[in-house]
Design a protein around this ligand. Sequence first.
Ligand code: AMP
Ligand code: ZN
Length: 114
Amino acid sequence: MDNCIFCKIIEGIIPSTKVYEDEYCVAFRDINPQMPVHIVVTSKKHVPSVLGFTEDEKDILGGIQLAIAKIARQEGLVENGFRVVNNCGRDACQSVPHIHYHILAGGNMGERIV
Ligand code: AMP
Ligand code: ZN
């Protein structure tokens, strides 16, 4: 989609530090990390948020979940654990309207949020 920063990253028009790619998603290091490990996992298909998927796109959603587990193993996050965050809409401060999940790790995050 034109003017979508994550579509441009997926297409290679904007550079990123890619850590994983498969038929459903691309994962890259967040440009403004909020934890020592901060990876963005985003759908190759432009969908604005989790609200935008249809019943026949369950394979994409399942593919992303499996990719998150693969990335966690690949990046050595299994032993100490990690957090997965999806921001959706205004109150969650979603800033890029292309579905993505944050993988956060590398230190204790406390019990809030969440
Ligand atoms: P959100 O606020 O949940 O929409 O998350 C968007 C995330 O994308 C933020 O954590 C940004 O730091 C990150 N981000 C924005 N532009 C880039 C970029 N060019 N490369 C990597 N991460 C980015
Ligand atoms: Zn997009």
